[in-house]
Design a protein around this ligand. Sequence first.
Ligand SMILES: Cc1ncc(COP(=O)(O)OP(=O)(O)O)c(N)n1
Ligand SMILES: Cc1ncsc1CCOP(=O)(O)O
Ligand SMILES: [Mg+2]
Length: 209
Amino acid sequence: MSQRGLYAITDSTLLADGKLLPYVTAALRGGARWLQYRDKSGDASRRLDEASQLAQLCKSHDCELIINDDLSLASRLGVGLHLGQEDGSLREARQQLGSQALIGATCHASLELAAQAISEGASYIAFGRFFQSVTKPGAPAATPVLLQQARQRFSLPIIAIGGITLHNAPQLLGAGADYLAVINGLFGALDADTVQLRASTFSQLINAC
Ligand SMILES: Cc1ncc(COP(=O)(O)OP(=O)(O)O)c(N)n1
Ligand SMILES: Cc1ncsc1CCOP(=O)(O)O
Ligand SMILES: [Mg+2]
């Protein structure tokens, strides 16, 4: 598994109207290393269908698939899981998905939440939002200094999220982020070619740091 890279996150509004597969394919072609399926609809059968298609796509591009919020879907597909503070037990997820599974935890702007998540079995810790986010405007704010502190204290992958664009990404990479998790700055585009270009530019920025 790669140790740094672009972490693309889907959004059911941005990727409606048949855009999910072409836009995700473009992100993977552009070099995204991790993909999170984030769908807040309660439509279980559509979620299973879409996540299964993404699992195939990720496999063929050597990309890790991570399901947001839903342990049973992650378990059913044998893929990774991302849990927020209100999304259930990390310990239980680790027990159910096994020692090799990629399991991430939202830590907002708190090193203590990160330490706790690690003790409960997280494979990575995610901080943010770092900038204004169209997708989640109310998420607690964090600053790049937090990334520097996390870098000194923890050795597992550190993810930055929230309002990340090609312009502000270097600040976060310079402060120690291993993965940049991006929704709007990647998928908020008029066509798939733009998504691919953004993904490859993010990937180049990350590799250059
Ligand atoms: C990589 C990554 N980091 C943070 C989040 C946010 O998770 P959460 O706080 O549970 O909020 P929702 O995404 O579920 O709205 C994330 N999804 N991914
Ligand atoms: C899910 C989430 N958690 C904190 S900010 C955020 C949204 C990230 O989306 P965007 O890259 O569009 O700001
Ligand atoms: Mg959540």
